[in-house]
Ligand binder design. Structure first.
Ligand code: CA
Ligand code: CA
Length: 389
């Protein structure tokens, strides 16, 4: 009996050792594989965060999107609704179409302190531009309303029947009707009925925002407005020259300090994007185009508030040779136009693009709730007030 128990114990010890060895071998084989997978996932996340801020995610032909059907709310059926009448009535507010003369010169465009290499921010290069007149303000709803009423213009967002809106700004009712989101930037939602008169969808209006920048305007809409106004879109070089206000190699239109003397100088995002906007600069969404101090050339809100279309097609490669009045490439392989200045959605940790040198892009038919424009001109158009500095 005692011998039998001893034999049993011996047998168990032997079996246990085999089992133990088996487990050790399994762990040695699988742990490196598991760790490798985790590292790959972390690398992928890091890469995604580095490269995608959603700034360029609102391009119609790059997002899952349907084109409008002719005759079904398409180009041939401009809408007239009670909002149009209301905006017309309230557009007798103070004009903000003034321009300022900007004397041409040579400056350093772009930067060698590149934050987003994929955007083509660098290298820093010398550029010379001729003199021009620049809109002092971003084009406001009131100014765009005058254009729409006089020209009978219908924006592309109205023709498509939708536009991109930041999720936080949309009512729960509108949100519940949305089934799509933008890959890589889920805070952007395509909202039916969102257009310049209805910035957050059909249950919103601009009645109390006539002095705010017009949004949901495509590059094509911006060109149509500027042409009607006797103006044109700026080139990227002109826009950046004007935004820098005569200061060399500075991050912002006034210098390198984002808040000189603790004072807010632009409408961007405070808090944690995209969950919390603490609104410390006074605005959770757009601000009136007259907000904050202008730069030394007299321009307001080139940094922040809304992105601004410029005329250039996108290229992310630049020559370091001196360029005179550069207009950008003849076309873009990705069908993108450049936009400048960042918006109220930009945060230092996420989409740090409210710097003079920063840039992003969208296709020319794209529109969003943070994208507007201003016009420049070679000659001061008749009837436009010139601001003297
Ligand atoms: Ca803000
Ligand atoms: Ca701006």
């Amino acid at each position: 009996m005692a011998a039998s128990i001893a034999k049993k114990n011996f047998s168990c010890q032997w079996q246990c050792h085999i089992l133990y060895l088996y487990v050790v071998v399994l762990l040695l084989v699988f742990i490196p594989v598991l760790l490798q997978g985790q590292e790959a996932e972390e690398a992928s996340c890091k890469s995604d965060k580095d490269e995608s801020c959603g700034c360029a995610a609102t391009s119609r032909d790059k997002a899952t999107y349907s084109k409008p059907v002719e005759g079904e709310g398409g180009a041939e059926t401009p809408k007239f609704d009670k909002d149009a009448a209301r905006t017309a009535k309230s557009s007798t507010t103070t004009r903000t179409n003034q321009m300022v003369f900007v004397r041409g010169g040579e400056f350093t465009m772009g930067t060698d302190a590149v934050k987003f290499p994929q955007d083509g921010e660098g290298p820093a290069r010398r550029v010379r531009v001729d003199s021009f007149h620049a809109d002092v303000y971003e084009v406001s709803n009131a100014e765009f309303d005058i254009f729409v009423r006089e020209a009978g213009y219908v924006t592309e967002a109205e023709k498509f029947g939708d536009s991109f809106v930041l999720e936080n700004l949309i009512s729960e009712k509108v949100k519940s009707e949305i089934t799509q989101a933008v890959a890589g930037a889920p805070w952007w939602l395509p909202v039916k009925g969102a257009d310049w008169r209805h910035p957050e969808g059909l249950d919103s209006d601009i009645i109390n925002r006539m002095d705010h920048p017009v949004v949901h305007v495509s590059w094509n809409d911006a060109v149509a407005y500027c042409t009607w106004a006797g103006k044109r879109l700026p080139t990227e070089a002109e826009w950046e020259y004007a935004s820098r206000g005569g200061l060399e190699n500075r991050l912002y239109p006034w210098g390198n300090n984002p808040m000189p003397k603790g004072e807010h100088r632009m409408n961007i995002w405070q808090g944690k994007f995209p969950e919390v906007n603490t609104e410390e600069d006074g605005y959770v969404s757009t601000a009136p185009v007259t907000s904050y101090k202008p730069n030394k050339f007299g321009l307001y809100n080139t940094a922040g508030n809304v992105w601004e279309w410029v005329s250039d097609w996108l290229s992310v490669r630049h020559t370091q040779e001196l360029q005179v009045n550069p207009k950008g490439p003849a076309s873009s392989a990705t069908n993108d136009k450049v936009k400048k200045g960042g918006s109220y959605m930009c945060h230092e940790d996420y989409c740090y693009r409210y710097r003079n040198a920063a840039r992003s892009q969208n296709t020319p038919d794209s529109s969003a709730s943070n994208l507007g424009f201003r016009c420049f001109a070679d000659k001061l158009p008749q009837g436009v007030e010139e601001v003297k500095l």
